[in-house]
Design a protein around this ligand. Structure first.
Ligand code: SF4
Length: 218
């Protein structure tokens, strides 16, 4: 069976991803960008935040702005109405409850509207260097299942399995590594197993005629 140590070692040789693919200059900007990135590409989010961060610099700017204006300013993002509400509500909570600073604990971050474990894990690792969880997005979910690291059918279950298997000092690094690999080789559609370094041992290897275990429900 393929070990997590080998997977990480091989991927670290192939990729040197940034801690986050989202452009940001502060924990608050990272939080805004991560909330926007749900069901939206990082490329799109980085285009949106280029102008957004010139107009909205602090939580106070989102707290004061008319909700309709925020929605208009992020309208090219998926679910822009819902995300505009999240941005305003989380900004108000940061001002009211956390003295204007993005909190640095899982418990406090998850109190913010629109913030779940995935977003909180990213903020904790990227902004504060804390490894409290493993951010399971669509790439991490698919790659972990394909490689047989989890049979979980929800991000929460996959995260639990990964937290047991992956050494804690790699919890933060796993997300950008799996994203890089998931975009490059182990892609959602048409995975390119024939060029994959794990093709001879992966339980989903197309090169061995195995079925795709990546999607839950299969
Ligand atoms: S062998 Fe195929 S399914 Fe398995 S990790 Fe590589 S690309 Fe993904």
């Amino acid at each position: 069976m393929i070990t997590i140590h080998r997977i990480i070692a091989v991927l670290e040789k192939s990729y040197t991803p940034p801690k986050s693919f989202l452009t940001h200059q502060s924990p608050f900007q990272l939080l805004v960008a991560t909330v926007l990135s749900a069901q939206c590409t990082d490329v799109r989010v980085n285009i949106i935040t280029q102008s957004l961060f010139k107009k909205y610099r602090m939580p106070e700017d989102f707290a004061r702005a008319p909700l309709r204006q925020i929605a208009a300013d992020i309208r090219t993002c998926s679910y822009f109405n819902t995300k505009a509400r999240y941005l305003q509500e989380l900004s108000r909570m940061i001002i009211r409850k956390f003295h204007g600073r993005v909190p640095d604990t899982m418990e406090e971050l998850m109190q913010l509207p629109g913030v779940g474990r995935k977003t909180a894990s990213i903020i904790l690792f990227v902004a504060y260097g804390k490894r409290e969880g493993i951010a399971v997005d669509t790439h991490v979910f698919r790659v972990a299942r394909r490689l047989g690291l989890s049979k979980g059918t929800s991000p929460e279950k996959v995260e639990l399995d990964l937290m047991k298997a992956v050494p804690r000092e790699k919890w933060g690094e796993l997300n950008p590594l799996f994203i890089s690999f998931g975009r490059d080789i182990c892609t959602a559609r048409n995975r390119t197993c024939e060029v994959c370094p794990f093709r001879k041992e992966c339980p989903s290897s197309n090169a061995l005629g195995r079925k795709d275990l990546g999607k839950a429900g299969k």
